[in-house]
Design a protein around this ligand. Structure first.
Ligand code: PXP
Length: 238
């Protein structure tokens, strides 16, 4: 499966001092040199980490692909249509959350999300919806012409004990198979790490994983090259 790295954390560290280092764009370019398949950033409405300058520079400089995570709101849709990432991933966004806390409810917000997909498609941007591994949500995503889904793997990542882990992995597997049958591309992310990837990689229907925290945390200790190499190895399907 493809492995894309989310570099939001580097921008958080930069912003902590209001200075220019560490620069998430430089970090992303290094990550590409070390072998990731793409760069992921979340341009939040409150700009708590990644800002517009970062996204524009990434667009200009990276040579893999850009996955822009975004809320389905006009301001960010306008920016996305202008910047034209290879992939726009629509995520729910709440100002109080520490990080994205779950998939977007496509069924309850169908008009807003359909409008966002239509606008992004007009700009020829491929669109993914970050959702729970839930058949009804997947059906709704297909109905409004999403190209991809990204399965929220938070429950799998938080599962405790063999039985719970097995059940959550199975939920993801069934969801991925269902999405593929409907012709959707299947990405996955949230909480994936060097331990839980070992079983996760067996789900052959997953095209791509989007990983931030675990890889950046490991890079602090072993360096980015090594952290990427290790995850790259784990994402190779057997
Ligand atoms: N995918 C989405 C949609 C996310 O919001 C996040 C978190 O920013 C991730 C993947 C990556 O999650 P993590 O940082 O836990 O690897």
């Amino acid at each position: 499966m493809r492995f894309c790295i989310n570099v939001d954390h580097i921008a958080t560290l930069r912003n902590a001092r209001g200075e220019v280092q560490p620069d998430p764009v430089t970090f992303a370019l290094m990550a590409e040199q070390f072998g990731v398949d793409g760069i992921v950033v979340h341009l939040r409405e409150d700009r708590r980490h990644i800002n517009e300058r970062d996204v524009r520079l990434l667009r200009e400089l990276i040579t893999t692909k850009l996955d822009l995570e975004m809320a389905a709101v006009d301001e960010i849709i306008d920016i996305a249509c202008d910047i034209r990432p290879e992939l726009a991933t629509i995520v729910p966004e709440r100002r109080q959350e520490l990080t994205t806390e779950g998939g977007i409810n496509v069924i309850d917000n169908i008009k807003q999300i359909k409008n966002a997909i239509d606008r992004l498609h007009e700009a020829e941007i491929t669109v993914s919806l970050f959702i729970e591994p839930d058949i009804n949500q997947i059906d709704a995503a297909a109905e409004i012409n999403a190209d991809f889904i990204e399965i929220h793997t938070g429950n799998y990542a938080n599962a405790v004990g063999e039985e719970e882990l097995f059940d959550e992995l199975e939920r993801v597997r069934v969801a991925a198979k269902h999405a593929k049958k409907l012709g959707l591309g299947v990405n996955a992310g949230h909480g994936l790490n060097y331990i839980n990837m070992k079983d996760f990689v067996a789900i052959s229907e997953i095209d791509e994983v989007s990983i931030g925290h675990a890889v950046i945390a490991r890079a602090v200790f072993v360096g980015l090259d090594q952290a990427i190499k290790e995850m790259r190895e784990l994402t190779k399907q057997q």
